[in-house]
Design a protein around this ligand. Structure first.
Ligand code: BT5
Length: 341
């Protein structure tokens, strides 16, 4: 048995802490080597607590996260008809775009344990810690004009937020594509990146990329994200089964996507509005070429953000970033203070 498996076996057999000295002696290795193996196990998704005077305690083992584990929880007929599980990749969105170019049919889902170049919008990056979260990209072939692609980010936002809420987290949607938890600050739980391949007036295919922080703990986030990111586990205090979550998310996404395909964004907009994090709030909008402030008045039936800037009419924003002007606990917007949307 390798030292690493020996450590794991000893931790699994014990109900309580096992001292580093005991592990080292029983395996004939140094305490520093024990520490290194424990670090590697944690990297692989094992939750191991370390207490200086007591040693190590195994809290949970990584649950199986792969095609069969997801499929056994039930996925829909189309989204997830093929699931490609990668260990490490640069970006699942890039992989799904490549599959789209190769002619792959709608509904393939690319997943990865880790992304080394996970992408956000506008050249931003998505921190993609190994083994703990969800990184998924869905290939779609809707018949639509290229200009409607941003609506699919909104549709995915509804699917993600509703699935996270099912777990018991009061998640909300921050236009256009963030799923957040509101408290003293706005903490981002998930992000969505929709990319398209289009000819002049017709979309060839769309990739909806979804990153959800499921089991990250604070030490997994870079200093820049401290206080600005959270995970389902951090909100609930217990680990999330990634395969079960993924299956539920794919089913819900399929249902939302079908509603959108049949009735346009108007068919999904009420669900989006019920979860909006911004309504009634003073916000700053940075849209291409211009930055301005106003009070958020919700979204239009085509997905445009509506901003009250004083004199009518409301401004319609089709692309950009929005930041809250006041700490969330201040002010009194309709969605604030744990409203029960
Ligand atoms: C997004 O962009 O939020 C879209 C993120 C999409 C990620 C998925 S993962 C699967 C698929 N493959 C990819 O390569 N991408 C997709 P944006 O709105 O631009 O937000 C990016 C910003 O979010 C960053 O600049 C950080 O401030 C913050 N951020 C980065 N990683 C984060 C994380 N893990 N959790 C919370 N916030 C994060």
């Amino acid at each position: 048995m390798s030292s690493r498996r020996g450590i794991l076996a000893a931790l699994e057999a014990a109900d309580d802490y096992v001292s580093g000295a005991h592990l080292a002696a029983s395996l004939g290795i140094s305490r520093a080597a024990v520490w290194k193996h424990v670090a590697a196990l944690k990297h692989g998704g094992y939750e191991i607590e370390g207490a200086r005077s007591r040693g190590y305690r195994l809290r949970s083992i990584p649950s199986a996260f792969g095609e069969s584990a997801i499929r056994s929880r039930g996925v829909g007929r189309r989204i997830g008809r093929r699931i490609l599980m990668l260990d490490v990749t640069r970006s699942t969105n890039s992989d799904a775009m490549a599959l789209g170019r190769e002619g792959e049919a709608e509904g393939v889902v690319v997943l990865a344990e880790e992304q080394t170049a996970g992408r956000g919008r506008l050249g931003r990056s998505w921190e993609s810690r190994r083994g703990v979260n969800l990184y998924a990209s869905i290939l779609l072939r809707p018949t639509m004009a290229p200009g409607l692609a941003p609506q699919l980010s909104l549709v995915a936002g509804v699917a993600v937020a509703e699935t996270v809420r099912e777990e018991g987290v009061d998640a909300r949607i921050k236009w256009p594509n963030d799923v957040v938890v509101l408290g003293d600050s706005v903490r981002k739980l998930a992000g969505i990146l929709t990319e398209i391949e289009a000819e002049a007036d017709r979309v060839a295919f769309v990739v909806v990329g979804i990153g959800v922080n499921l089991n990250s703990d604070p030490s997994h986030f870079s200093p820049e994200l401290a206080g600005r990111a959270t995970s389902v586990r951090l909100e609930l205090g217990h680990a999330i089964d990634r395969a079960a979550f993924t299956a539920r998310l794919l089913r819900r996404f399929e249902e939302c996507f079908d509603a959108w395909a049949g009735g346009g964004f108007a068919a999904v907009a009420p669900r989006w509005r019920a979860l909006s994090a911004l309504d009634g709030r003073r916000v700053r909008v940075a849209s291409p070429g211009e930055t301005f402030e106003g009070v958020c008045s919700g979204i239009d039936d085509d997905g445009a953000l509506l901003i009250d800037v004083g004199p009518p009419p409301l401004r319609r924003v089709l692309a950009g970033d929005v930041t809250l002007r006041a700490a969330y606990s201040e002010g009194a917007g309709s969605a604030a203070n744990g409203g029960n949307a």
